[in-house]
Design a binder for this molecule. Structure first.
Ligand SMILES: [Zn+2]
Length: 69
């Protein structure tokens, strides 16, 4: 499971993503795969992201944020 930092402000997004495979009809014909939950946070000046999955951050136990919805 994705390790999220607990000393950073994390933003959760429920979104579609493309896998990048040219042969993938899901991405070619639609918005991509998902929607799945992703976490975003900053590490220094870099934006990092982590895959969470279909369950919400709260259900997955990442729920340290009150304003995630
Ligand atoms: Zn795809």
């Amino acid at each position: 499971m994705t390790q999220l930092p607990n000393d950073q402000h994390i933003t959760y997004q429920f979104q579609f993503r493309k896998c990048g495979k040219a042969s993938c009809s899901t991405c070619r014909e639609g918005q991509g795969h998902g929607p799945y939950w992703y976490a975003y946070w900053r590490e220094g000046s870099r934006l990092r992201s982590g895959y969470i999955g279909k369950v919400s951050p709260e259900e997955a136990g990442y729920a340290q944020t009150a304003g995630a919805r």
